[in-house]
Ligand binder design. Structure first.
Ligand SMILES: Cc1cc2nc3c(=O)[nH]c(=O)nc-3n(C[C@H](O)[C@H](O)[C@H](O)COP(=O)(O)O)c2cc1C
Length: 384
Protein backbone atom coordinates (compact mmCIF):
# COMPACT_ATOMS: atom_id res chain seq x y z
CA UNK A 1 0.00 0.00 0.00
CA UNK A 2 1.29 3.43 -0.83
CA UNK A 3 -1.20 5.31 1.32
CA UNK A 4 0.06 8.01 3.65
CA UNK A 5 -1.23 6.39 6.85
CA UNK A 6 0.90 3.35 6.26
CA UNK A 7 4.07 5.42 6.19
CA UNK A 8 3.10 7.62 9.14
CA UNK A 9 2.28 4.50 11.17
CA UNK A 10 4.99 2.33 9.72
CA UNK A 11 5.26 0.01 12.72
CA UNK A 12 1.51 -0.49 12.96
CA UNK A 13 1.39 -1.51 9.33
CA UNK A 14 4.48 -3.68 9.35
CA UNK A 15 4.10 -7.47 9.29
CA UNK A 16 4.47 -9.28 12.58
CA UNK A 17 3.90 -12.64 14.15
CA UNK A 18 2.85 -14.55 17.24
CA UNK A 19 4.63 -17.86 17.47
CA UNK A 20 4.61 -19.12 13.90
CA UNK A 21 1.38 -17.31 13.05
CA UNK A 22 2.14 -14.48 10.62
CA UNK A 23 0.28 -11.17 11.02
CA UNK A 24 -0.11 -8.85 8.03
CA UNK A 25 0.08 -5.89 10.41
CA UNK A 26 0.05 -5.16 14.16
CA UNK A 27 -3.59 -4.10 14.53
CA UNK A 28 -5.55 -6.70 16.51
CA UNK A 29 -9.26 -6.91 17.25
CA UNK A 30 -9.51 -7.13 21.06
CA UNK A 31 -11.87 -9.73 22.55
CA UNK A 32 -15.43 -8.44 22.87
CA UNK A 33 -18.35 -10.31 24.42
CA UNK A 34 -21.33 -10.02 22.10
CA UNK A 35 -23.92 -12.30 23.80
CA UNK A 36 -25.33 -13.27 20.40
CA UNK A 37 -24.74 -17.02 20.20
CA UNK A 38 -27.45 -19.46 19.17
CA UNK A 39 -29.15 -22.02 21.42
CA UNK A 40 -26.66 -24.41 23.01
CA UNK A 41 -23.90 -21.79 22.89
CA UNK A 42 -23.34 -22.36 19.17
CA UNK A 43 -21.62 -19.81 16.94
CA UNK A 44 -24.01 -18.51 14.28
CA UNK A 45 -23.78 -17.30 10.67
CA UNK A 46 -24.38 -13.78 11.97
CA UNK A 47 -21.30 -14.14 14.18
CA UNK A 48 -19.31 -15.39 11.18
CA UNK A 49 -20.32 -12.33 9.18
CA UNK A 50 -19.43 -10.10 12.14
CA UNK A 51 -15.93 -11.53 12.53
CA UNK A 52 -15.32 -11.61 8.75
CA UNK A 53 -15.93 -7.87 8.60
CA UNK A 54 -12.87 -7.19 10.81
CA UNK A 55 -10.74 -9.32 8.51
CA UNK A 56 -12.09 -7.49 5.47
CA UNK A 57 -11.41 -4.22 7.26
CA UNK A 58 -7.69 -4.94 7.39
CA UNK A 59 -6.97 -6.16 10.93
CA UNK A 60 -3.88 -8.35 11.22
CA UNK A 61 -5.43 -10.64 13.84
CA UNK A 62 -8.90 -11.22 15.26
CA UNK A 63 -9.39 -12.40 18.85
CA UNK A 64 -12.88 -13.69 19.63
CA UNK A 65 -15.14 -12.83 22.49
CA UNK A 66 -14.60 -14.70 25.78
CA UNK A 67 -15.87 -18.23 25.11
CA UNK A 68 -16.73 -20.61 27.94
CA UNK A 69 -14.65 -23.74 28.30
CA UNK A 70 -16.82 -26.37 29.96
CA UNK A 71 -20.33 -27.65 30.59
CA UNK A 72 -20.09 -26.77 34.27
CA UNK A 73 -19.63 -23.32 35.81
CA UNK A 74 -17.51 -21.48 33.25
CA UNK A 75 -20.34 -19.79 31.35
CA UNK A 76 -21.00 -16.29 32.68
CA UNK A 77 -23.48 -14.76 30.30
CA UNK A 78 -26.72 -15.50 28.55
CA UNK A 79 -26.20 -16.24 24.83
CA UNK A 80 -22.47 -16.55 25.32
CA UNK A 81 -20.82 -18.97 22.88
CA UNK A 82 -18.93 -22.00 24.17
CA UNK A 83 -16.10 -24.30 23.13
CA UNK A 84 -17.11 -26.94 25.64
CA UNK A 85 -18.33 -29.72 23.34
CA UNK A 86 -18.02 -31.02 19.78
CA UNK A 87 -21.16 -29.28 18.52
CA UNK A 88 -19.81 -25.92 19.70
CA UNK A 89 -16.43 -26.70 18.17
CA UNK A 90 -18.04 -27.48 14.83
CA UNK A 91 -20.17 -24.34 14.89
CA UNK A 92 -17.00 -22.20 15.05
CA UNK A 93 -15.58 -23.73 11.86
CA UNK A 94 -17.66 -21.41 9.70
CA UNK A 95 -16.39 -18.37 11.65
CA UNK A 96 -12.80 -19.51 11.19
CA UNK A 97 -13.32 -20.23 7.49
CA UNK A 98 -14.72 -16.83 6.60
CA UNK A 99 -11.96 -15.01 8.50
CA UNK A 100 -9.31 -17.21 6.89
CA UNK A 101 -10.88 -16.55 3.47
CA UNK A 102 -9.70 -12.95 3.94
CA UNK A 103 -6.19 -14.15 4.75
CA UNK A 104 -6.37 -13.19 8.43
CA UNK A 105 -5.64 -15.41 11.45
CA UNK A 106 -8.08 -15.75 14.34
CA UNK A 107 -7.54 -16.70 17.99
CA UNK A 108 -10.19 -17.77 20.46
CA UNK A 109 -10.36 -16.29 23.95
CA UNK A 110 -11.08 -18.96 26.60
CA UNK A 111 -13.05 -17.87 29.65
CA UNK A 112 -14.07 -19.22 33.03
CA UNK A 113 -16.34 -16.73 34.76
CA UNK A 114 -15.66 -17.87 38.34
CA UNK A 115 -17.80 -15.77 40.66
CA UNK A 116 -19.03 -13.47 37.89
CA UNK A 117 -21.88 -15.64 36.70
CA UNK A 118 -24.91 -13.77 35.40
CA UNK A 119 -26.35 -16.77 33.60
CA UNK A 120 -25.31 -20.40 33.24
CA UNK A 121 -27.06 -23.11 31.24
CA UNK A 122 -25.36 -26.02 32.98
CA UNK A 123 -25.06 -25.59 36.74
CA UNK A 124 -26.36 -23.67 39.69
CA UNK A 125 -24.06 -21.49 41.75
CA UNK A 126 -20.59 -20.14 41.15
CA UNK A 127 -17.15 -21.22 42.35
CA UNK A 128 -14.33 -18.83 43.23
CA UNK A 129 -11.06 -18.85 45.20
CA UNK A 130 -13.02 -17.78 48.29
CA UNK A 131 -16.66 -17.32 49.25
CA UNK A 132 -16.54 -13.55 48.73
CA UNK A 133 -19.45 -11.69 47.21
CA UNK A 134 -18.29 -9.88 44.05
CA UNK A 135 -18.33 -6.10 44.27
CA UNK A 136 -20.75 -4.15 42.13
CA UNK A 137 -23.72 -5.46 40.27
CA UNK A 138 -24.35 -7.59 37.21
CA UNK A 139 -23.97 -5.79 33.89
CA UNK A 140 -27.30 -4.74 32.36
CA UNK A 141 -25.75 -4.56 28.86
CA UNK A 142 -25.04 -8.29 29.23
CA UNK A 143 -28.64 -8.78 30.40
CA UNK A 144 -27.78 -9.13 34.09
CA UNK A 145 -29.71 -7.57 36.99
CA UNK A 146 -28.95 -7.12 40.66
CA UNK A 147 -26.20 -8.42 42.84
CA UNK A 148 -24.00 -11.40 42.11
CA UNK A 149 -24.63 -14.37 44.39
CA UNK A 150 -21.95 -15.37 46.87
CA UNK A 151 -19.79 -18.08 45.28
CA UNK A 152 -18.73 -21.31 46.95
CA UNK A 153 -15.02 -21.82 47.66
CA UNK A 154 -13.58 -23.96 44.87
CA UNK A 155 -12.02 -27.31 45.79
CA UNK A 156 -8.47 -28.27 44.87
CA UNK A 157 -9.85 -31.03 42.65
CA UNK A 158 -12.09 -28.54 40.84
CA UNK A 159 -9.09 -26.27 40.28
CA UNK A 160 -7.20 -29.14 38.66
CA UNK A 161 -10.21 -30.12 36.56
CA UNK A 162 -10.75 -26.57 35.35
CA UNK A 163 -7.09 -26.12 34.38
CA UNK A 164 -7.36 -29.37 32.40
CA UNK A 165 -10.56 -28.15 30.78
CA UNK A 166 -8.80 -24.96 29.65
CA UNK A 167 -6.37 -27.35 27.94
CA UNK A 168 -9.15 -29.44 26.38
CA UNK A 169 -10.95 -26.31 25.20
CA UNK A 170 -7.72 -25.03 23.63
CA UNK A 171 -7.39 -28.27 21.68
CA UNK A 172 -11.02 -28.09 20.57
CA UNK A 173 -10.44 -24.53 19.34
CA UNK A 174 -7.38 -25.54 17.33
CA UNK A 175 -9.32 -28.53 15.96
CA UNK A 176 -11.99 -26.05 14.80
CA UNK A 177 -9.27 -24.27 12.82
CA UNK A 178 -8.33 -21.42 15.15
CA UNK A 179 -4.72 -20.30 14.78
CA UNK A 180 -4.21 -19.82 18.50
CA UNK A 181 -5.98 -19.25 21.80
CA UNK A 182 -5.92 -16.70 24.58
CA UNK A 183 -6.48 -17.60 28.23
CA UNK A 184 -8.69 -14.97 29.86
CA UNK A 185 -6.68 -14.23 32.97
CA UNK A 186 -7.99 -10.68 33.33
CA UNK A 187 -11.01 -8.47 34.02
CA UNK A 188 -12.23 -10.13 37.21
CA UNK A 189 -12.96 -13.66 35.97
CA UNK A 190 -11.80 -16.87 37.68
CA UNK A 191 -8.02 -16.63 37.28
CA UNK A 192 -8.07 -12.92 38.07
CA UNK A 193 -10.13 -13.66 41.19
CA UNK A 194 -7.15 -15.65 42.43
CA UNK A 195 -4.80 -12.79 41.61
CA UNK A 196 -6.92 -10.13 43.27
CA UNK A 197 -6.24 -9.55 46.97
CA UNK A 198 -9.82 -8.88 48.03
CA UNK A 199 -11.41 -11.87 46.24
CA UNK A 200 -8.73 -14.30 47.40
CA UNK A 201 -8.83 -14.94 51.15
CA UNK A 202 -7.11 -18.32 50.94
CA UNK A 203 -4.47 -19.38 53.42
CA UNK A 204 -3.00 -22.15 51.26
CA UNK A 205 -0.29 -21.79 48.60
CA UNK A 206 -2.76 -19.98 46.30
CA UNK A 207 -3.40 -17.14 48.75
CA UNK A 208 -1.38 -14.48 50.53
CA UNK A 209 1.48 -12.73 48.75
CA UNK A 210 1.23 -11.88 45.04
CA UNK A 211 3.66 -14.64 44.08
CA UNK A 212 1.15 -17.16 45.46
CA UNK A 213 -1.96 -15.46 44.09
CA UNK A 214 -0.57 -15.74 40.54
CA UNK A 215 -0.01 -19.47 40.89
CA UNK A 216 -3.33 -20.47 39.31
CA UNK A 217 -2.52 -18.47 36.17
CA UNK A 218 0.69 -20.44 35.92
CA UNK A 219 -1.13 -23.75 36.31
CA UNK A 220 -3.64 -22.86 33.60
CA UNK A 221 -0.80 -21.79 31.30
CA UNK A 222 0.97 -25.09 32.00
CA UNK A 223 -2.20 -27.09 31.26
CA UNK A 224 -2.81 -25.29 27.97
CA UNK A 225 0.83 -25.57 26.98
CA UNK A 226 0.84 -29.29 27.65
CA UNK A 227 -2.45 -29.88 25.81
CA UNK A 228 -1.44 -27.88 22.75
CA UNK A 229 1.99 -29.47 22.71
CA UNK A 230 3.38 -26.90 20.31
CA UNK A 231 0.48 -27.15 17.84
CA UNK A 232 -0.40 -23.48 18.11
CA UNK A 233 0.58 -20.32 19.97
CA UNK A 234 -1.38 -19.11 22.98
CA UNK A 235 -1.50 -16.02 25.13
CA UNK A 236 -2.73 -14.88 28.52
CA UNK A 237 -4.68 -11.71 29.18
CA UNK A 238 -3.84 -9.74 32.34
CA UNK A 239 -5.35 -6.55 33.76
CA UNK A 240 -5.61 -4.62 36.98
CA UNK A 241 -9.21 -3.60 36.33
CA UNK A 242 -12.31 -5.76 36.34
CA UNK A 243 -15.66 -5.61 34.61
CA UNK A 244 -17.21 -5.12 38.06
CA UNK A 245 -14.41 -2.91 39.47
CA UNK A 246 -12.98 -0.53 36.91
CA UNK A 247 -10.82 1.28 39.47
CA UNK A 248 -8.86 -1.65 40.88
CA UNK A 249 -5.09 -1.27 41.00
CA UNK A 250 -2.43 -3.67 42.22
CA UNK A 251 -1.52 -2.68 45.78
CA UNK A 252 2.11 -3.68 45.29
CA UNK A 253 2.52 -1.43 42.22
CA UNK A 254 5.68 -2.03 40.21
CA UNK A 255 6.71 -4.94 42.44
CA UNK A 256 3.40 -6.69 41.77
CA UNK A 257 3.80 -6.08 38.04
CA UNK A 258 7.29 -7.61 38.14
CA UNK A 259 6.06 -10.63 40.07
CA UNK A 260 2.96 -11.21 37.95
CA UNK A 261 4.41 -10.62 34.49
CA UNK A 262 7.65 -12.37 35.44
CA UNK A 263 5.88 -15.51 36.67
CA UNK A 264 3.31 -15.64 33.87
CA UNK A 265 6.01 -14.97 31.27
CA UNK A 266 8.29 -17.68 32.66
CA UNK A 267 5.40 -20.16 32.41
CA UNK A 268 5.90 -19.92 28.65
CA UNK A 269 2.93 -18.43 26.82
CA UNK A 270 3.56 -17.08 23.33
CA UNK A 271 2.30 -13.66 24.39
CA UNK A 272 0.87 -11.63 27.25
CA UNK A 273 -2.06 -9.38 26.43
CA UNK A 274 -1.98 -6.40 28.76
CA UNK A 275 -5.29 -4.66 29.19
CA UNK A 276 -5.46 -1.18 30.75
CA UNK A 277 -7.86 1.77 30.55
CA UNK A 278 -5.23 3.67 28.64
CA UNK A 279 -2.66 1.22 27.38
CA UNK A 280 -0.04 3.91 26.83
CA UNK A 281 -0.32 5.71 30.18
CA UNK A 282 2.37 5.37 32.88
CA UNK A 283 1.26 3.49 36.00
CA UNK A 284 2.32 3.46 39.68
CA UNK A 285 4.29 6.69 39.21
CA UNK A 286 6.91 4.59 37.43
CA UNK A 287 6.88 6.55 34.20
CA UNK A 288 6.15 3.25 32.44
CA UNK A 289 2.97 1.78 31.03
CA UNK A 290 1.69 -1.56 32.31
CA UNK A 291 2.63 -3.05 28.93
CA UNK A 292 6.18 -1.73 29.33
CA UNK A 293 6.42 -3.30 32.78
CA UNK A 294 5.24 -6.58 31.25
CA UNK A 295 7.83 -6.29 28.50
CA UNK A 296 10.60 -5.75 31.04
CA UNK A 297 9.50 -8.52 33.43
CA UNK A 298 8.70 -11.28 30.93
CA UNK A 299 11.34 -13.21 28.99
CA UNK A 300 12.16 -11.45 25.71
CA UNK A 301 10.64 -14.17 23.53
CA UNK A 302 7.19 -13.61 25.05
CA UNK A 303 5.21 -11.26 22.80
CA UNK A 304 3.37 -8.27 24.29
CA UNK A 305 -0.01 -7.16 23.01
CA UNK A 306 -1.11 -3.82 24.45
CA UNK A 307 -4.72 -2.67 24.74
CA UNK A 308 -6.63 0.36 25.97
CA UNK A 309 -7.61 3.40 23.88
CA UNK A 310 -5.13 2.54 21.18
CA UNK A 311 -7.66 3.45 18.52
CA UNK A 312 -5.66 6.68 18.33
CA UNK A 313 -3.11 5.29 15.87
CA UNK A 314 -0.31 7.59 17.01
CA UNK A 315 -0.56 6.10 20.53
CA UNK A 316 -0.49 2.56 19.15
CA UNK A 317 2.42 3.48 16.88
CA UNK A 318 4.44 4.92 19.79
CA UNK A 319 4.11 1.69 21.82
CA UNK A 320 5.14 -0.37 18.82
CA UNK A 321 7.98 1.92 17.84
CA UNK A 322 9.70 1.97 21.22
CA UNK A 323 9.45 -1.81 21.49
CA UNK A 324 6.93 -1.86 24.35
CA UNK A 325 4.46 -3.95 22.37
CA UNK A 326 4.46 -6.26 19.38
CA UNK A 327 0.83 -5.59 18.53
CA UNK A 328 -1.94 -3.16 19.49
CA UNK A 329 -5.41 -4.46 20.30
CA UNK A 330 -8.44 -2.27 19.72
CA UNK A 331 -11.90 -2.94 21.11
CA UNK A 332 -14.46 -0.13 21.00
CA UNK A 333 -12.78 1.56 18.04
CA UNK A 334 -12.98 -1.69 16.10
CA UNK A 335 -16.60 -2.27 17.10
CA UNK A 336 -17.49 1.21 15.85
CA UNK A 337 -15.61 0.71 12.62
CA UNK A 338 -14.46 -2.78 11.63
CA UNK A 339 -12.56 -1.14 8.77
CA UNK A 340 -10.42 0.91 11.17
CA UNK A 341 -7.06 -0.32 9.76
CA UNK A 342 -7.97 0.34 6.13
CA UNK A 343 -9.22 3.81 6.99
CA UNK A 344 -6.17 4.67 9.09
CA UNK A 345 -3.95 3.44 6.25
CA UNK A 346 -5.73 5.84 3.89
CA UNK A 347 -5.79 8.76 6.33
CA UNK A 348 -9.56 8.55 6.53
CA UNK A 349 -11.50 9.02 9.77
CA UNK A 350 -12.97 5.81 11.18
CA UNK A 351 -16.50 5.90 12.59
CA UNK A 352 -16.22 6.93 16.25
CA UNK A 353 -17.47 4.71 19.08
CA UNK A 354 -20.83 5.62 20.54
CA UNK A 355 -21.93 4.06 23.87
CA UNK A 356 -25.37 3.64 22.31
CA UNK A 357 -23.87 0.76 20.34
CA UNK A 358 -24.00 -1.24 23.58
CA UNK A 359 -27.34 0.04 24.89
CA UNK A 360 -29.52 -1.54 25.98
CA UNK A 361 -27.53 -4.68 25.15
CA UNK A 362 -24.05 -5.42 23.79
CA UNK A 363 -25.46 -7.64 21.03
CA UNK A 364 -24.79 -7.88 17.33
CA UNK A 365 -28.40 -6.98 16.69
CA UNK A 366 -28.04 -3.79 18.71
CA UNK A 367 -25.03 -2.64 16.68
CA UNK A 368 -26.89 -3.41 13.47
CA UNK A 369 -29.78 -1.27 14.64
CA UNK A 370 -27.38 1.49 15.68
CA UNK A 371 -25.80 1.45 12.22
CA UNK A 372 -29.18 1.61 10.53
CA UNK A 373 -30.10 4.57 12.72
CA UNK A 374 -26.84 6.25 11.87
CA UNK A 375 -27.50 5.69 8.19
CA UNK A 376 -30.84 7.42 8.60
CA UNK A 377 -29.22 10.30 10.50
CA UNK A 378 -26.58 10.67 7.75
CA UNK A 379 -29.26 10.63 5.08
CA UNK A 380 -31.22 13.27 7.00
CA UNK A 381 -28.10 15.47 7.20
CA UNK A 382 -27.47 15.14 3.46
CA UNK A 383 -31.09 16.07 2.85
CA UNK A 384 -30.82 19.26 4.92
C1 LIG B 1 -18.64 -4.76 24.34
C2 LIG B 1 -17.33 -5.16 24.96
C3 LIG B 1 -17.12 -6.49 25.29
C4 LIG B 1 -15.90 -6.91 25.86
N1 LIG B 1 -15.69 -8.23 26.10
C5 LIG B 1 -14.48 -8.66 26.47
C6 LIG B 1 -14.18 -10.05 26.52
O1 LIG B 1 -15.00 -10.92 26.20
N2 LIG B 1 -12.94 -10.41 26.93
C7 LIG B 1 -11.98 -9.48 27.27
O2 LIG B 1 -10.86 -9.85 27.63
N3 LIG B 1 -12.24 -8.16 27.21
C8 LIG B 1 -13.44 -7.73 26.79
N4 LIG B 1 -13.67 -6.39 26.65
C9 LIG B 1 -12.60 -5.43 26.93
C10 LIG B 1 -11.85 -5.03 25.66
O3 LIG B 1 -11.20 -6.17 25.08
C11 LIG B 1 -10.79 -3.95 25.91
O4 LIG B 1 -9.86 -4.44 26.84
C12 LIG B 1 -11.37 -2.64 26.45
O5 LIG B 1 -12.56 -2.30 25.78
C13 LIG B 1 -10.35 -1.51 26.28
O6 LIG B 1 -9.98 -1.35 24.92
P1 LIG B 1 -10.55 -0.12 24.03
O7 LIG B 1 -10.14 1.14 24.72
O8 LIG B 1 -9.89 -0.28 22.68
O9 LIG B 1 -12.04 -0.26 23.95
C14 LIG B 1 -14.88 -5.95 26.10
C15 LIG B 1 -15.11 -4.61 25.77
C16 LIG B 1 -16.30 -4.21 25.20
C17 LIG B 1 -16.49 -2.76 24.82
Amino acid sequence: MSDTGTSRFANLFSPGGIGDVALGNRAVVAPMTRISAGPGGLATDEMAAYYAEYARGGFGLVITEGTYIDEARSQGYVDQPGIANDAQRDSWKRVVDVVHAEGVPIFMQLLHAGALIQHNDYADGAVAPSAVEPVGEMAPHYKGHGKFPIPREITRQEMKDIAARFGAAAVRAIDAGFDGVEIHGANGYLADQFLTDYTNARDDEYGGPTARRVRYHIEIVAAVKQSLDGRAPFGVRISETKVNDLAHSWAGGVDDAKTIFGAVGEAGPSYIHVNAHRGFEPVFGSGKSLARLAREAAPRDVGIVACGKLNDPSLAEALLEDGTADAAAIAKGALADPHWPRKIARDESPVAFDPEMLRPYATLENVRRWKEGRGLRDAARVGQ
